[in-house]
Design a protein around this ligand. Sequence first.
Ligand code: CTP
Length: 141
Amino acid sequence: MRTVITYGTYDLLHYGHIELLRRAKEMAGGGRLIVGVSTDEFNTQKGKTSHFEYSKRKKMVEAIRYVDLVIPEEDWSQKPADIQHHSVDLFVMGDDWQGEFDDLSAFCEVAYISRTPEISSTVIKQAIHQTAPKNKDAGHE
Ligand code: CTP
């Protein structure tokens, strides 16, 4: 039984997120999965704008049965303190972050797992934008 931690924005929750969280929980071997959800302020620092605000993204991630605890991700430097505070054994991220967090191996095991292809919050936003009616009257006969 291990404690696993992962981080992300988790905007417009989709099956790629669910799959990542399912596999992260599996890696805990019956133990805990903690998710650091990026705050709106941290998203701004990362150059991201989410559709849903932090409190709503937090609620959605908390509702996923693989997730035991959601904490705020407020800056790039908090991870070692989180790992120590929550006695984390394994840090997991999707492989779009491959190599980026290798320094954390001083504190716990680090693993990158393959992303689900062809889906992301950005892809959903683009798809909705392309199919949305051009004005408020569109779609009414
Ligand atoms: N993730 C995944 N497969 C996807 C999309 C995301 O495994 N198709 C993983 C990421 O690797 C990360 C976590 O889900 O570990 C949260 O990613 P996040 O950046 O919030 O989601 P994206 O959909 O990639 O968002 P964006 O398009 O804004 O980058």
